[in-house]
Design a protein around this ligand. Sequence first.
Ligand SMILES: [Zn+2]
Length: 145
Amino acid sequence: MDRRSISEEYTEISKQLIEEMPELALLRAADITIVYLRSEHRKKAKGKIVKAQVEKVGEKYKWGIPADFTVTVFEPNCEGMNSEQMKILLFHELLHIGQINGTWTTVPHDLEDFKLIINKYGTDWDLAEEQKLERQRGAEMKQKL
Ligand SMILES: [Zn+2]
């Protein structure tokens, strides 16, 4: 069940990221509120595991959610990730908050975002150590075949 609660931990990490990362300068200056949540839900979308998600809070929900955006981490899907990887995950999610024609909204991945993350952290940034080894082994097998 996708029951969510506020995470002090993700709030702290994200505030630090917004302070430090040049790519998030827009958020630093912004007059928006972001609430950071954790969920026990093993979310999937289109057959893929979803580790985290940004959502814009609709006007009709603002009576109950004092925020413009929520960032939710689906913790069972992040099992085995270390604190550095969790930081990158939150960084990645924060890159999804942007402006289109002066309105704050969620922005889809553009190629630049991907490049940024991959250049900084490589393609395996979100994999647990075990999964990295598996991927490596897979690649080595292919080379042998
Ligand atoms: Zn994303």
